[in-house]
Design a protein around this ligand. Sequence first.
Ligand code: CAA
Length: 258
Amino acid sequence: MGFVTFEQKGAIGIVTIDRPKALNALNSAVLADLEAAFDGVDQETVRCILLTGAGEKSFVAGADIAEMSNLTREEGEAFAKKGVDIFRKIETFPIPVIAVINGYALGGGCELAMSCDIRLCADTAVFGQPEVGLGITPGFSGTQRLPRIVGMGKAKEMIYTGKNIKADEAYRVGLVNAVYPAEELMAQAEKMAARIAGNAPIAVRASKKAINDGLQVDMDQAIVIEEKLFGSCFETEDQKEGMAAFVEKRKVTGFKNC
Ligand code: CAA
């Protein structure tokens, strides 16, 4: 995997897009490596994933404009599908994924961050969907996820104007969960990941699935999805241990993912 690295620190997996010379722009090779990195995650031992970009300047500065510049309509659509499918894999990945946004998150970079469960960014981060200035629409699901996250009005403003926003505005409109000084970002992300990793993995994964799947259907169907996932946690060793620890007024001895 030339353009994406994977490191496991205890129960935390760190996926880094590593093409800093091009500000981590997503070409076909980077996309393939990103998919391979997620396919390779050991879902038994990894309980939370951090997704970030190499270097100090950029998370991901978008899809690779040079690669896209001469595509035909069919090739353009196929390129979009490649990105969209991988981002959907990340969004529905059984383990929570936190985007650690260390700089530019433009176009496909903003879209990649939006496919993650939680977004934490540096105070130097910049977000935007500049595609219309290049003569295209956002192509890695930005027209769909941005309005779902920040609301239709703000999404339309960002997409139609192509104007970038800084970290403080991204926080204000709900695009990111928190903003940290750049030098503290990774430590803060690891702290959140460790907190998530310390909870019962089956329950965390079921919560992710309940939220994701429930938001796709009407409320009557959504509550049934939740009921079933709630039920699925029972009789697990972790449910028994979590509740026994509370009743016995002691700390959990450690969740086992079973
Ligand atoms: N694609 C290809 N190469 C890119 C790139 C991209 N999206 N973004 C940056 N690069 C490359 C530059 O071409 C440059 O390469 P060279 O050194 O070989 O010339 C290198 O990264 C450094 O970039 P800059 O010299 O431009 O750095 P800067 O600090 O002056 O500017 C920037 C930084 C404002 C992010 C600027 O690079 C920029 O505007 N990049 C493009 C952002 C963009 O439009 N992204 C959306 C792409 S379209 C998309 O993503 C479609 C989709 O939804 C699927």
